[in-house]
Design a protein around this ligand. Structure first.
Ligand code: GLN
Length: 231
């Protein structure tokens, strides 16, 4: 059974700085695993999309407001989000973890006492930090985008950040002065999301397309284009 598009163009909302999933390359073009995956799925299934790279919290809000047809933004499938969104099949597994500059002596959550930890608004990391801040005695500072958050870490105006592990690992590989001294926190898998009850055909086409690109090798090609193989 094959779903067919009901709209001429589907408006997709995404993060704006979440390498290797969506980010601007040196030519200022948005690229990344999410971008290539959804473009390949749309091509496979014959639907048309328009990308809007607005930032994670803004994308989630646009989806909830009905302004976005779907979000493809490294969005973790959580029980709270399932109350308001319908998710596709999982397309990527990712934990969240804490990163600090190399010169800092953070070896345990207790070492964060009195420190300031950054997270992006509306993320799983923000929720985790907020739920545990009284236990460990750190302060939480929120950011609307990753660029300002990682700049604040490097300039020393915050002491640590919490973000998705593949994103931190990618930044370290790109040369950011950071280490991940604490055990990662499981955060499940990423899904493509629509507002609950809307665009059901889009979820069906995504799932069918994802299965196709997994079967024909495109999915693995896209992943290894952005990630070193064997990790
Ligand atoms: N996976 C995390 C979440 O869903 C972060 C997503 C992001 O920052 N783009 O909250």
């Amino acid at each position: 059974k094959k779903a067919t598009p009901k709209k001429e163009v589907y408006n997709i909302y995404s993060d704006n700085s979440f390498a290797p999933f969506e980010f601007q390359n040196s030519d200022k073009q948005y690229t990344g695993i999410d971008v290539d995956l959804l473009n390949a799925i749309a091509k496979d299934q014959g639907f048309t999309i328009k990308w809007n790279f607005v930032g994670f919290d803004a994308a989630v809000n646009a989806l909830q407001a009905g302004q976005a047809d779907a979000a493809m933004a490294g969005m973790s499938i959580t029980d709270a989000r399932k109350e308001v969104f319908n998710f596709s099949d999982a397309y990527y597994q990712a934990n969240v973890t804490v990163a600090a500059r190399k010169d800092e002596k953070i070896k345990s959550w207790e070492d964060l006492k009195g420190k300031t930890v950054g997270a992006k608004n509306g993320t799983v990391s923000y929720t985790y930090l907020t739920e545990n801040k009284d236990k460990y005695g750190y302060k939480v500072k929120t950011f609307s985008d990753a660029t300002s958050m990682y700049q604040s870490l490097q300039s020393g105006s915050i002491d640590a950040v919490m973000d998705d592990e593949p994103v931190i690992q990618y930044a370290i590989k790109q040369g950011q002065n950071m280490v991940t001294p604490l055990k990662a926190v499981p955060a499940g898998t990423y899904g493509f999301a629509v507002k609950k009850g809307s665009n059901p055909e889009l979820i069906e086409m995504f799932n069918n397309g994802l299965a196709d690109i997994k079967a024909n090798g495109t999915y693995d090609q896209i992943k290894s284009k952005y990630l070193a193989t064997g990790n």
